[in-house]
Design a protein around this ligand. Sequence first.
Ligand SMILES: Cc1cc2nc3c(=O)[nH]c(=O)nc-3n(C[C@H](O)[C@H](O)[C@H](O)COP(=O)(O)OP(=O)(O)OC[C@H]3O[C@@H](n4cnc5c(N)ncnc54)[C@H](O)[C@@H]3O)c2cc1C
Length: 539
Amino acid sequence: MTGSPPTVDVLIVGGGPTGLAVANALGAAGVRAVLIDQDAGVADLPRAVSIDDEAMRFMQRLGLRAEAEAVTLPGTGTKYFGARGQLLLYARGRTPPRYGFPVKNPMDHPEFQQMLLAGAQRFPNLEIKHRTKFLSLSQDAETVTAEIDANGARESITCRYLVGCDGGRSPVRVAIGEEPMSGSAFGERWLVVDTVNDPHHQRYAMHHGDPRRPHVVIVGRNGRCRYEFLVAAGEDPEPGEINDFARRLVAPYRVLVDDDIVRCTIYQFYALVARNWKVGRVLLAGDAAHMMPPFAGQGLNSGLRDAANLCWKLSMVVDGRAGADLLSTYQAERRPHVEATVQLSVRVGKVMMSTSRARAAVRDVVFAAGQRLPGVRRFFAEMRFKPDPCYRHGFAVVRGGQDDPAGTQLCQPRVLTASGGIADLDDVLGDGFVLLGLDVTPDKLECLTHPLWSRLHARRVALRFGDQLPERGGVIPEVADLDGLLADQLGDLAGSVVLVRPDRIVAGTFVAETEQNFAHEVETKLAVPESLRVNAEAA
Ligand SMILES: Cc1cc2nc3c(=O)[nH]c(=O)nc-3n(C[C@H](O)[C@H](O)[C@H](O)COP(=O)(O)OP(=O)(O)OC[C@H]3O[C@@H](n4cnc5c(N)ncnc54)[C@H](O)[C@@H]3O)c2cc1C
């Protein structure tokens, strides 16, 4: 039944980490939204065990930095060991950290979700309904109507957009006809054991490439630990035998009593990506759009990236500052990055977790040789193998050339403020669009006059490179790059202005002389109807 006026702007189906992140981002943007989840509360079983630097930065933007830090451990990366237990490589990210946080932050999935739920409850414009199951949907040109089972009562909710964050089996994905996803099921099965009272003290994750029994150990907060063991063909413990099976495998590390087992289960992993992440007014995010083996620890992180990418676009479309076509940039940007991340996860599994003695031996020799070459060592140590988001084919004004930062993620250095304080860059930038002047004085930034900047509510910030002091006073804050990260990333563009998107992706760069053209191109990307543009300019 469609055609009735929308009761909310956005309906979020699924209150896992992705749905809750979407709820936080839309809540903060003032969008009227409802989140429904079929369960009575957030899931209390652990799945993901770490979040990365980009995800922590997203938490910072959502105003949840302290809360996220309280439920994570600042980790130091991952050590990969060879067939004989020898260290092959230690992947620990760059120094200083590019985005302001460690690259791997172990956490407890239920605690993390609880933190996101509490964050979402801050917003009066957001309603959260548990014990509410999505059943089906229909849509027309203006609205989507979802049939739901609310605690036993059949009801419907009409919204302008529906975001399916309802996990790997995604009834929303099925309802829009996006089955099956493309990709493959991993034939392998893995025993996943979460424990407490663990004796490990390492702040790094450990991947053991012993072909006889590849396994992973990830140490968490407060004595928690995650063990993952490849289950061999023919090993088929009955449900009643699974704890004994885990006890045998964990024995080299600790004595495991039943009371110390939080969860013990056998998983089969998938490498799947949905073809269409947007059908009409329905969008998919998180595991509903993609699933990947956990070997690169990127499943949940990818869902959070989806939320960061989608929500500012959705809020601008809902409040009329952008046209509906802006939403098509969501899949254009996110899908290629997810595909690369799925491939990385599969590759890490195949190479580091191989069961072939011959392949493991070759791997170990190659990595040992590679470690002697500084460039190769740095490539792995700094985790340059992890695909960086680079959104050239969506909401970015690309000028071309390798050095054009359009579509890439802005680094987050520590900055020196005019008052002599030290802050993280994003805390100065705020949570919306930013015009960031690179060695451009505040008065020059003030001279940017295109009406688009006020429609974007773009904050203006002047950044000084080199060993200079920021100027005191003024409406436009001036800061100096303390870590030199932005000088490395954007130093060649001194004298330019960078338009930074709310998700900290560089939308493009311009100089005063090209401001009007640049603004026009941004308006085209925003898909703002011509009538609105003229009105806004006249205003
Ligand atoms: C063993 C293992 C280890 C992992 N390790 C990592 C890691 O270290 N790092 C990482 O980034 N990722 C990891 N992952 C992946 C990560 O757990 C998932 O990618 C992530 O949980 C997906 O979140 P989501 O919110 O998209 O989906 P889900 O967490 O599956 O949430 C979906 C929600 O939708 C609700 N729902 C479903 N159907 C309906 C319906 N009809 N109506 C209403 N609600 C509905 C469900 O109740 C659920 O709350 C791991 C996964 C596994 C299995």
